[in-house]
Design a protein around this ligand. Structure first.
Ligand SMILES: C[C@](O)(CO)[C@H](O)COP(=O)(O)OP(=O)(O)OC[C@H]1O[C@@H](n2ccc(N)nc2=O)[C@H](O)[C@@H]1O
Ligand SMILES: Nc1ncnc2c1ncn2[C@@H]1O[C@H](COP(=O)(O)OP(=O)(O)OP(=O)(O)O)[C@@H](O)[C@H]1O
Length: 263
């Protein structure tokens, strides 16, 4: 069976521009991590231990099936399309995931799996959904899902994650370090809102959106580049000891990254 790659991402910069209900509006440069991905495939239930009526995910997860973003993507797609073929597909096949992207890492692993699953279903069932439609469905699963639906190597992402604009630049290679600190994204956003709330204006956001990722990383330090770094340090005191000079913080953490040095 064909294997589909679900890539990780890093946030080169992430600035808050305002609030929207329980969410925060952001402006962020997302870049794909080309050498870090999960691999997803459909596997016939004849070859695995699974009940006919069970939604089966095979892989190394520390959450229940109902909590898995892949299952959430299935539910969202079923609601959006009422596709009988989708239900039939998941009665016949399990979804196998070779998991390489660490969880609680700020690398978008769960969101990328969900996006890839939506695209796989669209392809094998010939649902004919556009990327915009898939992104809208995916946004219900997670704010990072639309970026992975579009599949750009680099993009400016805004709104709460639903506005994705390709950014034309060279894809960078990264050294990534993921400390074993289990960070909760809602907790970090809450700490930002309560203790660090200082949204940037539209002019500053536009300036950042124009700059290449290399220029951003040369000009800003880790705290300037990511508004969630200070709140994450406040909430998770263990994080400080893992921070090394020259590294940047991805998303709500816990991963740090820097551009790979050429050998
Ligand atoms: C930190 C980032 O990963 C950066 O790429 C994203 O902004 C978060 O994306 P995500 O993990 O897919 O987030 P979701 O699962 O949609 O949201 C989890 C929780 O994070 C908070 N949240 C998330 C995204 C956002 N723009 N503002 C928020 O305040 C909300 O409390 C939300 O309930
Ligand atoms: N498909 C999935 N892959 C990994 N974790 C998942 C998945 N679905 C649900 N989870 C659960 O979601 C939580 C964090 O998952 P995820 O891998 O998306 O990390 P993250 O660091 O929150 O990503 P982000 O960059 O979006 O902040 C964990 O509790 C994990 O068990």
């Amino acid at each position: 069976m064909k294997k589909y790659k679900a890539y990780a991402k890093v946030n080169i910069f992430l600035k808050i521009t305002g609030r929207r209900n329980e969410y925060h509006e952001i402006v962020s440069r997302f870049m794909r991590v080309n050498d870090l991905y999960d691999a997803l495939s459909f596997v016939s239930k004849k070859n695995v231990q699974a009940k006919a009526n069970e939604f089966k995910i095979i892989g190394d997860f520390d959450c229940t099936t109902k909590q898995n973003t892949i299952y959430k993507a299935y539910v969202a797609l079923k609601e959006a399309t009422s596709s009988q073929a989708l239900e039939k597909l998941m009665r016949t096949y399990a979804i196998a995931v070779e998991k390489h992207i660490p969880a609680f890492a700020g690398l978008g692993g769960g969101s990328s799996d969900a996006a890839t699953y939506l695209k796989m279903c669209n392809e094998v069932l010939h649902l004919g959904l556009s990327l915009n439609e898939l992104a809208q469905i995916g946004l219900h699963v997670g704010a990072d899902v639309p970026f992975f639906i579009y599949g750009y190597e680099s993009a400016n992402v805004s709104g709460i994650g639903e506005v994705v604009e390709a950014f034309d630049e060279e894809l960078l290679a990264f050294d990534i370090y993921t400390p074993e600190v289990q960070i909760s994204t809602p907790q970090v956003y809450k700490a930002y809102r309560e203790s660090f709330y200082a949204p940037i204006d539209g002019f500053a956001a536009d300036e950042l959106k124009k700059k290449s990722s290399l220029d951003i990383l040369n000009e800003l330090d880790a705290k300037e580049a990511n508004d969630l770094f200070n709140p994450a340090l406040q909430e998770y005191s263990d994080l400080e000891q893992h921070y090394q000079d020259g590294y940047y913080f991805s998303g709500s953490g816990s991963s740090f990254f820097k551009v790979k040095e050429e050998k």
